[in-house]
Design a protein around this ligand. Structure first.
Ligand code: ZN
Length: 215
């Protein structure tokens, strides 16, 4: 589904600040101190169909810029070039996507890395060049089980345990917009986790069956 201007306006996703991304209506709504929404929305284009991307987009060298809020780590790595995954960078990305609670690293699905890269490269076209936040990547069985026991949304047979899923966020980008974009790549499952905090929610992306849900 492509988000229309009307839908964006209705949901109050627009932020009246300068900047290309803001002009495209992709940012989270800012709330003034009196609780009212900021004014001056500008018309966002219907820009969420990544199927319209040309081959140039897909053959360029791929750099991923990731941050782990839990540890403060950041890595910006060229990991794919001329159709090949570059092994040292791939290993570093797996480390970035490791289970930071269980302290274990696992091989991550290159297709997942492709989704993360494509998402980041796509929004960069709209001036959003902040690192992609990785809230969760690989999870050991024990870590996944602990999340379930703590009441955090986690599936018993989570694809996180197979290195095929990540929970992500892009600063200031509304999770609905992010999720719709990832869905448009048609690479796997997408979970929308809306939260009313200042940082908003997050998006689960995996390389399993194409499906979506709200959690
Ligand atoms: Zn997840």
């Amino acid at each position: 589904m492509i988000i229309t201007r009307r839908q964006l306006l209705k949901k109050g996703l627009l932020l009246g600040t300068a900047g290309l991304a803001a002009q495209h209506g992709m940012l989270r709504a800012a709330h003034a101190s009196d609780g009212s929404k900021s004014a001056a929305p500008t018309p966002p284009p219907e820009l969420f169909d990544s199927q319209a991307l040309d081959i140039e987009f897909w053959v360029k060298p791929r750099t991923l810029d990731l941050i782990r809020p839990a540890t403060g780590e950041r890595s910006k790595l060229l990991y794919w070039k001329d159709g090949e995954v570059l092994e040292p960078a791939y290993q570093q990305l797996c480390h970035m996507l490791r289970d930071v609670n269980g302290k274990q690293t696992a091989p991550m699905d290159p297709k997942l890395l492709e989704t993360l890269w494509a998402t980041q490269a796509y929004v960069a076209r709209f001036g959003m060049t902040r690192p992609l936040e990785i809230l969760s990547g690989y999870r050991t069985q024990a870590s996944n089980q602990r999340l379930i026991e703590e009441g955090v949304p986690a599936a018993r047979k989570s694809l996180h345990m197979e290195g095929k899923a990540a929970d992500i966020r892009i600063p200031h980008l509304h999770e609905e917009v992010l999720g719709e974009l990832i869905q448009s790549f048609r690479q796997g499952g997408v979970g929308f986790y809306y939260r009313q905090s200042a940082q908003g929610g997050w998006i689960h992306t995996d390389t399993g069956l194409q499906r979506s849900w709200k959690g």
